[in-house]
Design a protein around this ligand. Sequence first.
Ligand code: ADP
Ligand code: MG
Length: 261
Amino acid sequence: MTTTLAIANQKGGVAKTTSVASLGAALAELGDAVLLVDLDPQACLTFSLGIDPEDLELSVHHVLTKGLDPTEVVLETDDGVHLLPATIELARAEADLLTRTGREHVVRGMIEDLAAAGSHYDWVLLDCPPSLGVLTVAALTAADGVVVPLQCETLSHRGVGQLLDTVHDVRRFTNRDLEVWGVLPTLFDGRTNHARTVLETISETYDLAVIEPPIPKTIKFAEAPAAGRSILATSRSSKGAKAYREVAVNLRERVRAGAKG
Ligand code: ADP
Ligand code: MG
């Protein structure tokens, strides 16, 4: 069984991409087969996994808008995960797809095509762009669950309602089974009570589960992308790597519990 998660928040800089790379590496360490999909035209995920988008001829853009076979685009990375990479061309996908019938289903179709071609994944993690446009809606349409990375600052809740409205529409029109798995506190400064308070307020206001543990703010994260590896490889025993490993274990538990129930 494959579990597909959209890591979404239309706010930039909340650690969506970092969470996708780190959780992907953590799940792979646990022995799971993982596919990461870069759906952001900025291609930060692709870059952070050691692949220069400028060197790529084929990318997720060609699959989504031109019907290319996704098996021709999947790459293996040093972090033990597979990647459907992005390039800046993906910036055109929003416009290209806007007038296309079935645009909400292009990501789902891509994942189904991979399964039909015999590629098995336990996890597909979708790194969403910082908007609520066509690509994010297509990711939510393909997903079993959505995880919302959130920096616990005073104003960080302003976008959450809008994101949840989009999730509600997706549930209604394109993906009845989409579940909100919860918010993942990122860039968390545990030294202050402020972050905790903001987190509790958001969780109560929107009736959202909190995925534990919070990911601490640490300078180590700044160094990982330049190395082309996730923080799990560059700072194996850092607090941040440890937190992502624990989150990965909890995500697996959730799938296991769901399978039983
Ligand atoms: P998004 O994909 O939501 O735009 P990124 O994952 O690109 O966010 O992260 C934004 C910036 O924050 C990056 O420079 C990243 O290295 C940094 N960052 C992410 N997580 C942490 C953390 N826990 N501590 C410190 N810096 C972090
Ligand atoms: Mg990003």
